[in-house]
Design a protein around this ligand. Structure first.
Ligand SMILES: Nc1ncnc2c1ncn2[C@@H]1O[C@H](COP(=O)(O)OP(=O)(O)OP(=O)(O)O)[C@@H](O)[C@H]1O
Ligand SMILES: [Mg+2]
Length: 236
């Protein structure tokens, strides 16, 4: 479903990605793990057309999206949950959800109302807080809103950047449950996580990113047992 080939991204003189290859098949959860500054966010942002590529190609559903803009990629069915959540703090929960559906406005009010109801069913707290300003939600609630907003475009492919960041252990479990449920609903997921133990447990396959290069790849299970991964990322 997604093929990234020889992706190179620089920020001025900083070589953030030094030629990486990533593949995601339909139905998979694929994780990218790595320490701070390894290039995880850069990878997702470059795939979604938010930052320019120096080299390399990205194909999504056999379409070359290497030079496409985010709104075009969104229409192809890829939706991002970006790092830091990026919700509109001074808009209500409801309006944030509505804004997530902008690719669907043509389909009319009823359709969008249905999609919002679907998200309220997924996260009942969002319904309770629908008229509250998004910036006043707790961290966990904001993460739910960010996920729900991304789902309003009915993506077949979800990019997630550190969904567990800053959340309590209970909230992290809630998000993990949601990711698994979404995957079971048929959504393919590329998940970036610093919490390697969590990511490797839910991922079918994973990539270990180190200083802009793929250092290791394998199934989630294999990497969980890999001594190098255990030492560097699992504190074992
Ligand atoms: N806008 C930018 N300008 C200059 N350098 C940048 C910029 N964004 C990222 N970098 C650098 O590129 C490298 C990769 O950053 P990136 O944000 O992709 O890492 P990350 O793996 O997502 O890290 P984290 O786990 O901390 O989110 C880092 O060395 C970072 O300092
Ligand atoms: Mg990051």
């Amino acid at each position: 479903m997604l093929q990234v080939k020889n992706l190179v991204v620089n920020y001025g003189h900083v070589e953030a990605l030094r030629g990486i290859d990533i593949q995601v098949e339909k139905g998979e959860i694929v994780a990218i793990i790595g320490s701070n500054g390894a290039g995880k966010t850069t990878t997702l942002n470059a795939i979604f057309g938010l930052i320019p590529k120096v080299q390399g190609t990205v194909h999504f559903k056999n379409v070359d999206i290497s030079t496409r803009k985010p709104h075009e990629i969104l229409r192809l069915g890829m939706s991002p949950v970006l790092q830091g959540r990026q919700i509109f703090a001074d808009q209500t929960v409801y309006d944030n959800l509505l804004l997530g559906a902008y690719t669907r406005f043509k389909e009319g009010r009823d359709r969008i109302t249905k999609l919002i109801e679907r998200e309220y069913a997924r996260f009942p707290i969002l319904k309770e807080r629908k008229n509250q300003m998004a910036g006043t939600l707790s961290g966990g609630q904001q993460q739910m809103l960010a996920i729900s907003r991304a789902l309003m475009s009915e993506p077949t492919f979800l990019l997630m950047d550190e969904p567990s960041m800053g959340l309590s252990p209970v909230m992290v479990l809630e998000i993990v449950k949601t990711i698994k449920a979404l995957n079971q609903e048929g959504v393919t997921i590329l998940l970036v996580e610093q919490m390697a133990a969590i990511a490797l447990k839910i991922a079918h396959r994973a990539y270990v990113l180190e200083r802009g290069k793929i250092a290791l790849t394998g199934t989630g299970k294999e990497l969980l047992q890999n001594p190098l991964v255990r030492k560097a990322y699992l504190g074992a």
